[in-house]
Write a protein that binds this ligand. Sequence first.
Ligand SMILES: Cc1cc2nc3c(=O)[nH]c(=O)nc-3n(C[C@H](O)[C@H](O)[C@H](O)COP(=O)(O)O)c2cc1C
Length: 193
Amino acid sequence: MNEMTPDASCEALAELKTALRKNRRDAHHRYFQMATVTAEGHPRNRTVVFRGFGADDASLLVITDCRSEKIVELRQNAATEVAWYFTRTREQFRISAVTTCVDYRCQSEEGSALREQVWQQLSEAARAQFFWPGPGLPLDTGTTAAVTDEAPDTFALLKLSPVAIDHLVLSKVQTRRRSQLTDGRWHEHWINP
Ligand SMILES: Cc1cc2nc3c(=O)[nH]c(=O)nc-3n(C[C@H](O)[C@H](O)[C@H](O)COP(=O)(O)O)c2cc1C
């Protein structure tokens, strides 16, 4: 999977951080939809939990099970689109991103350390899912292993590095801005909502 380090000086990313702060009282404000494409070219979408920003202060962190379908899809095509709606401030961010999967085979010290750090921050209930039988298998196949303190091989950290952001605000006067990362720089312009 490709890796691209976005320039954090992007207005849309700053607005995303403001939206996270303004909507923090809503329990669901950290959930977004993450779409991938199958090998056959079909769209696949699912809800995931935002786990914070990466060290570049721009990439979105998500945790997932290495055995899940999305990992197979991302291996074929690292392109992702996030759709994130904040109900309190009534704004939508559609974020096109390139996804990097940080799993137990990760060679980078920084990546492995971040994966372990995110694992350490998880609740016991969140950790337990990684010891269940594989997701998507017929019910009751396999046994549940004991939860360990160290991240298991099934645990992966996904790093979604934004390459384009479409920000729509549904205020009295609707606004929409498109931001595009080209040659390491963000270019942003207003468009019709
Ligand atoms: C509120 C909510 C939060 C979820 N958070 C995550 C998550 O952070 N990571 C994840 O892999 N799946 C999460 N899921 C489950 C996914 O939506 C999905 O069912 C699962 O990852 C399997 O998807 P896949 O078969 O496309 O890989 C969440 C589901 C809901 C409803």
